[in-house]
Design a protein around this ligand. Sequence first.
Ligand SMILES: Nc1ncnc2c1ncn2[C@@H]1O[C@H](COP(=O)(O)OP(=O)(O)OP(=O)(O)O)[C@@H](O)[C@H]1O
Ligand SMILES: [Mg+2]
Length: 282
Amino acid sequence: MTIIQVRDLSFTYAGSSKPALKNVNISVEKGEFVLVVGPSGGGKSTLLRCLNGLIPQFYEGEYSGKVVVDGLEPDKTPTYMMSQVIGMVFQNPQNQLFALSVEADIAFPLENLGLPRDEIIQRVEEAMELLNITHLRDRSPFELSGGQQQRVAIASVLAIKPKILAMDEPTSFLDPLTAAQLLSIIDDVRKRLQLTVLLVEHRVELAAAKADRIVVVSDGCVVFDGSPRDFFEFYDSHLYGVSSPKVTSLSKRLKTHLEKWNRVCLSAEEFEAEVRSLVSHL
Ligand SMILES: Nc1ncnc2c1ncn2[C@@H]1O[C@H](COP(=O)(O)OP(=O)(O)OP(=O)(O)O)[C@@H](O)[C@H]1O
Ligand SMILES: [Mg+2]
């Protein structure tokens, strides 16, 4: 079942002479995990803003084409309604947190939606449990680490129960280990909730093996849309402004030079499995 349909979408920010998106076409199936990558300024954030209606409702410019997200057209639907279908998480969690406690931060949007008190309490508990932050419930979000803050931001979005979670470089402010932990939690949560996920992420080595699809956006156009394995195995990702996971470059070289090496790997786990299988056949 298709949950996101983007047809011939173009957008030029007001005052800009160059379109940020040019005739973009994408469709996303329910439950898919789509990794969105591409060079800086390519149009990734602009694309996400078009999916939740921030563009054209809050950013002025020239908009054409058709976007349908779970049956709603984001350019014509109030953003509070869009937020119940597509939750957004941004680079800097501090921009999404403002209450005195973690619990209050997660509850705030639910209170705004006018949900009954019991429902709010239950949803806050579930969201904290999902993101493993129940022990932080009384803490001020501003005293937490970046990784903890980002988990609170994700919990407050998921408590609204959207069908789609869209994240724009959520690990940018995190160290590599915390980034890896966050992406594992996101992967775990999306499987448990059967969420559709769109993730803009430049740390491809942490995300490529988890994603079902990779969409490369460059100069306002979708220049690749397919499986991460095909992209990294058959294309020179650097030509698309996308770094490839180190294990991918290494396993590509081994495949060329070692007859028995079969596989282009996307993660350290796949690389380890390939080495183990080779060793066991020696
Ligand atoms: N608020 C804005 N006003 C005017 N132009 C903008 C605005 N935001 C982005 N742009 C322009 O639109 C184009 C696409 O930018 P966008 O932020 O979508 O790229 P991106 O792929 O998300 O880049 P990055 O990887 O650096 O985040 C760029 O040329 C950028 O300068
Ligand atoms: Mg961006």
